[in-house]
Design a binder for this molecule. Structure first.
Ligand SMILES: *[C@@H]1O[C@H](CO)[C@@H](O)[C@H](O)[C@H]1NC(C)=O
Ligand SMILES: *[C@@H]1O[C@H](CO)[C@@H](O)[C@H](O)[C@H]1NC(C)=O
Ligand SMILES: *[C@@H]1O[C@H](CO)[C@@H](O)[C@H](O)[C@H]1NC(C)=O
Ligand SMILES: *[C@@H]1O[C@H](CO)[C@@H](O)[C@H](O)[C@H]1NC(C)=O
Ligand SMILES: *[C@@H]1O[C@H](CO)[C@@H](O)[C@H](O)[C@H]1NC(C)=O
Ligand SMILES: *[C@@H]1O[C@H](CO)[C@@H](O)[C@H](O)[C@H]1NC(C)=O
Ligand SMILES: *[C@@H]1O[C@H](CO)[C@@H](O)[C@H](O)[C@H]1NC(C)=O
Ligand SMILES: *[C@@H]1O[C@H](CO)[C@@H](O)[C@H](O)[C@H]1NC(C)=O
Ligand SMILES: *[C@@H]1O[C@H](CO)[C@@H](O)[C@H](O)[C@H]1NC(C)=O
Ligand SMILES: *[C@@H]1O[C@H](CO)[C@@H](O)[C@H](O)[C@H]1NC(C)=O
Length: 523
């Protein structure tokens, strides 16, 4: 072996460093070619040992990851739209797995930046996230509820930004991301994936519906389809609270949820704290009137007026207006966070803390007035608002086109799942969409599969196990033709595991430890 002098060795190491660093510079990144867009700026520099807590959309097994990547930021505009969109593309310096992954956002945002990018890069993906030109924050710790970007001025919807939010920025991100990936590695990605939950799940389905040949595999978790309807409809319990001037305390709300859990848990054949077959749980909040519960050590009694508010969340405004209403959430969902947000003083005088996620939609997109006072809205005005939002926004944001034939023809595969204890988006909306897909194409199962996740909250959370390996199962389907017969779910409360069943099959308890996946079968 030839012994190189140390200085020469470190010099060659330095040269390699310079080579890789110059590959990751604005000058060597090819300018993306995006029809209808004008590229304003490209930033690129290496980031070493960047460290963050991160996870995949719709997982609960994230962690702390340290990654080194080429950090590319592309800024573009759609001439005439007066928008300014930032797309982040993170390219692993080492160990690229040859694949691209686009990542969605949630709430009133189109991307969560580092929150999802870090994990995807740690898995070896060239990954991308877009801010859609919207002024929402980059964090997924809480659902972004700021919708002020949706108005150009009082009374005027910012249609270009709404369009970016709906679809356009997501496709832009994909096109830019794939081109930058190719430019940096000198090879196009072998496979392209998209993953998103909530608003990101809606972006995912939108890509399958409107840009069917961009992604080979799409993971859509708890998709916010029908957003123009379920969001304002989510305000219904608040409407009932204001109408009746009754604000159930958080612990009373929890007590109702617990009582329903006790009544319905066994209806799926096993007592595990999870309502796996919510359709069998026909109990109403009004059934508990007069029964006692304990709140902070004080014994109290369920009242008819509180029951009315709880039933508003469980049955949804659909029970009042079939046409301008929506489904409720299931009875093991934590309705105290979004549907019945109240706070109390020590003497049990309670009040609403405001329904940010649901109420802001009515303010900004229906009343189109940031100072609109929701608290004195009447019930007829509420249903008029429902009518208006459905009329105005279904075509741009609904994301319910059941015809996925072009996606199927392009060879795409899609996995969707929805937690049955979702506390934000009623799972029934996703179920009815999937039923429409199957109605139009009885063989849709060959390329799109939907799974119910019993006991799982919005994206994750709740007692139920979470399908943490959905992305790897999707890759196995796309790349090896192994369709997911079940979706493996893990890390439920008590380390419970389950194999989720492809709809319309459901889990049936066949005996054994309820924490064990093998104790259930699909039927
Ligand atoms: C990154 O971390 C590794 C391992 O701790 C270390 O060897 C390397 O020098 C670090 N690189 C930079 C640029 O800090
Ligand atoms: C990536 O680059 C952008 C633009 O140069 C910068 O704002 C951002 O902080 C960088 N992110 C990381 C994690 O280095
Ligand atoms: C009950 O206790 C919790 C925690 O100490 C407190 O936040 C809450 O306001 C109390 N009262 C009610 C009615 O929930
Ligand atoms: C969790 O496990 C403990 C101990 O086995 C058991 O007592 C409890 O009922 C379990 N909880 C649920 C929700 O299954
Ligand atoms: C319910 O609570 C009320 C008021 O605290 C009390 O008088 C009554 O005895 C309780 N009923 C039961 C069945 O515990
Ligand atoms: C959801 O749909 C099922 C089946 O159609 C129905 O039984 C159930 O009542 C619906 N749930 C809600 C909350 O609307
Ligand atoms: C409860 O407390 C609030 C504020 O602490 C007070 O305004 C209200 O009068 C009290 N209500 C009763 C019934 O004592
Ligand atoms: C909204 O209307 C309610 C009921 O009329 C009133 O009590 C409240 O003060 C109003 N809020 C604002 C911010 O104007
Ligand atoms: C609420 O009350 C204010 C005056 O207090 C009024 O200007 C506004 O129109 C009312 N809003 C609705 C929805 O009726
Ligand atoms: C689950 O079932 C498998 C197969 O029957 C068994 O090997 C395993 O020990 C069980 N695990 C638990 C936690 O019961």
């Amino acid at each position: 072996m030839v012994a190189f002098p140390r200085t020469l060795l470190s010099l060659s190491a330095l040269l390699i460093d310079i080579a890789s660093a110059s590959r990751c510079s604005p000058a060597s990144i090819e300018k993306p070619d995006l029809p209808g867009a004008s590229i304003l700026d490209i930033q690129a520099h290496e980031a070493h040992n960047y460290s963050a807590v991160s996870l995949g959309p719709g997982t609960n097994d994230g962690g702390h990851y340290t990654i080194s990547f080429c950090n590319v930021t592309v800024t573009h505009t759609h001439p005439g739209w007066n928008d300014r969109i930032h797309t982040q593309i993170w390219l692993p310096l080492e160990g690229w797995n040859g694949r691209f992954q686009g990542l969605g956002g949630g709430g009133y945002s189109t991307g969560f930046g580092a929150t999802y990018l870090t994990y995807a890069v740690a898995q070896g993906f060239a990954s991308a996230s877009t801010d859609g030109g919207l002024t929402t924050s980059d964090s997924s710790s809480t659902i972004p509820t700021d919708l002020s970007w949706a108005l150009s001025s009082k009374g005027n919807v910012n249609w270009p930004l709404l369009n970016n939010y709906a679809t356009k920025a997501t496709n832009d991100m994909a096109v830019i991301g794939q081109q930058i990936t190719k430019s940096y590695y000198n090879t196009a990605p072998k496979y392209s994936y998209f993953a998103g939950c909530s608003g990101g799940g809606r972006q995912a389905l939108m890509m399958a519906q409107q840009y069917p040949d961009v992604f080979d595999g799409i993971l859509a978790v708890a998709p916010a389809i029908n957003i123009q309807t379920f969001i304002p409809a989510g305000y219904w319990p608040s409407q009932v609270m204001h109408d009746t001037d009754v604000y159930p305390s958080p612990c009373e709300v929890h007590a109702f949820t617990e009582a329903a859990g006790k009544a319905c848990d066994r209806l799926d054949g096993v007592e595990d704290g999870i309502i796996s077959l919510p359709a069998r749980c026909s109990i109403k909040a009004s059934d508990f009137i007069g029964k006692n519960y304990t709140c902070n050590g004080t014994q109290r009694t369920f009242t008819p007026s509180s029951a009315k508010v709880i039933d508003a969340a469980w049955s949804g405004s659909r029970s009042i207006s079939e046409q301008y209403g929506w489904y409720g959430v299931n009875k093991d969902a934590d309705i105290s966070s979004y549907y019945i947000p109240t706070t109390c003083s020590t003497n049990f005088t309670c009040t609403s803390t405001g329904s940010d996620l649901f109420g802001t939609w009515i303010k900004y997109l229906v009343a189109q007035d940031p100072t609109f006072n929701l608290t004195n809205m009447t019930q007829p005005q509420f249903f008029h608002a429902m009518h208006s939002t459905i009329a105005a926004y279904t075509s741009i944001l609904g994301t319910t086109d059941p015809n996925l034939t072009p996606f199927k023809s392009a060879g795409g595969k899609l996995i969707a799942w929805h937690g049955l204890a979702d506390e934000v988006i009623p799972p029934n909306g996703t179920i009815s969409y999937y039923q429409e897909v199957l109605k139009g194409d009885p063989h849709a199962h060959d390329f799109i599969r939907f799974f119910e996740a019993p006991g799982v909250g919005h994206c994750y959370g709740g007692l139920g196990p979470v399908p943490n390996s959905a992305m790897s199962q999707l890759m196995d389907w796309v790349e090896n033709g192994n369709a997911p017969a079940v979706l493996h779910a893990t890390k439920g409360y008590n380390e419970t595991a389950r194999d989720l069943c492809p709809y319309p099959l459901r889990q049936v308890y066949v005996g054994g430890d309820s924490r064990n996946a093998t104790s259930f079968a699909c039927a």
